[in-house]
Write a protein that binds this ligand. Structure first.
Ligand SMILES: *Cc1c(COP(=O)(O)O)cnc(C)c1O
Length: 455
């Protein structure tokens, strides 16, 4: 019997993260300040600790993972690589389908791979408290978990509608000692201003970011900073542990090459984490198809321009060079909450510009259909975000069958869906539809890009 799970020993965990910025054919463009000039590291100092800012701007290829972070990673890493034999059989495909199971972390997704180092570096820098925002609650729960490990306070601004509709993620945060409030809240100026105008607003990620950043930069003690769960270079860096482990595991499985790499992409971090170490091989001549997958309702990579835009609705962040639907974009209410961001990580955006990655958009109903087939074959119940990667993997496996090719496909199973079962309920009761974004909506939201600097 060939192996179903390919496991690494703790001692074989990678000791360094990989920084794609060192190898990209086109060096990434710098973030810009409000005046249109490149920002300097010290301008970010009120928001992030300097040790993380150094990683954000680093072009070193390898960055050492401190021993204490490795010890915390060991709670769930190395994560298993699985061969999806039952799915292969159900599809009758000659393809070898492998997936990295990032759902084994305590919060249940890949997000602690960066939450833990971010909490660690803040603690090292003398910070006592982190603030952040969360949509569906996956990032908020990952950061609360990480803060409990290193001994930091954690304050999470959770989008009002999720706060009301999804109590379980909030309870996870509270169990780890995090404090979670509905956003907009009465605790910040930004929140009060919004509430005065729109007392019944369901909230948005943009509003929650504004509150979390304000809470960090206005703390007079100087001991509070802000943490972001995706998009930024240092987040992509921390996630590369996924792909570095996967490379070792594929070798153990006896695979000499990989043909296709797939990951779902919201801000881009789990896709980057799996794919960047393989993109390094592609830059050096390997033939690999690399596919980030997004929802057709939030088609950042497949239908939006590459340009400078703010990371948040309130325009508090620097201008980032990225594919973007515009910072005013309000996504349709699809269930994959983690894929509803208006932009895409600058590093991921650059791999698309350089022709190293080829994005694809999938419809919501096809993703749920794929997730249900997955549950019935592989057993695990997937996060709605993850189901986009599964749907694309099934598409590629069927193509391999038509072509009669024994392709090796690897994808990132970014998290479990045990807190997201209401989405499955809606799917089973035919309450879901596809939401391909109308051209008119894209045109409207792109209007917010007018007057901003162009790359
Ligand atoms: C947050 C999340 C995503 C999307 O975020 P990325 O930064 O694009 O990885 C995908 N899958 C799961 C399970 C998530 O929690």
């Amino acid at each position: 019997m060939s192996a179903t799970k390919i496991l690494l020993d703790e001692k074989d965990m990678p000791r360094q993260w990989y920084n794609l910025a060192a190898d990209l054919p086109t060096p990434p463009l710098p973030p810009l300040g409000p005046d249109g000039k490149p920002i300097t590291p010290d301008m970010l100092a009120p928001v992030f600790p300097m040790n993380l800012i150094e990683q954000e701007v680093s072009t070193e290829r390898w960055i050492d993972i401190p021993e204490k972070i490795l010890e915390m990673y060991a709670l769930w890493r190395p994560s298993p690589l699985y061969r999806a034999k039952r799915l292969e059989a159900a599809l009758g495909t000659p393809a070898h389908i492998y997936y990295k199971n990032e759902g084994v972390s305590p919060p249940g997704s890949h997000k602690p791979n960066t939450a833990v180092p971010q909490a660690y570096y803040n603690k090292e820098f003398g910070i006592e408290r982190l603030t952040t925002e969360t949509g569906a609650g996956q990032w908020g729960s990952a950061l609360s978990f990480a803060c409990s490990l290193v001994g930091l306070e954690c304050k999470v601004y959770m989008v009002r509608i999720s706060f009301d509709q999804k109590p379980f993620r909030r309870l996870m945060m509270e169990t780890w000692g995090g404090k979670c409030v509905a956003s907009p809240s009465n605790e910040t100026q930004a929140g009060r201003a919004i509430l005065a105008e729109m007392p019944d607003t369901p909230g948005s990620l943009g509003m929650a970011i504004s509150e979390a950043v304000e809470a960090a930069v206005t703390d007079q003690s100087g001991k509070t900073r802000y943490a972001l769960g995706s998009v930024l270079n240092h987040v992509m860096l921390h996630q590369t542990i996924i792909g570095l482990e996967a490379k070792k595991q594929l070798e153990l499985a006896g695979e000499k090459k990989v043909d296709t790499i797939i990951g779902c992409a919201g801000g881009g971090s789990n896709f980057a984490g799996l794919s960047f170490p393989f993109i390094a091989d592609k830059i050096h001549g390997a033939e690999i198809d690399i596919i980030p997958v997004e929802p057709s309702s939030c088609p950042t990579m497949t239908r939006a321009p590459f340009t400078y835009d703010f990371g948040d609705t309130a325009k508090m962040t620097p201008l980032l060079p990225m594919y973007t639907l515009g910072h005013d974009f309000v996504p349709p209410p699809i269930h994959a909450g983690g894929l509803r961001y208006h932009g895409m990580a600058p590093l991921v955006s650059q791999t698309i510009r350089d022709g190293l990655a080829s994005p694809r958009a999938m419809h919501q109903l096809d993703c749920y259909e794929a997730a249900v087939l997955w549950a019935k074959t592989e057993g695990f119940i997937s996060a709605p975000e993850t189901s986009h990667a599964i749907a694309a993997t099934i598409e590629e496996a069927k193509k391999a069958k038509e072509e009669g090719k024994e392709k090796v496909i690897l994808f990132n199973w970014s998290g479990h869906g045990l807190m997201d079962l209401l989405g499955y309920d809606a799917y089973f009761n035919n309450k879901l539809t596809n939401y391909p974004l109308p051209e008119e909506d894209i045109r409207k939201s792109l209007a917010s890009l007018e007057g901003l600097p162009k790359p």
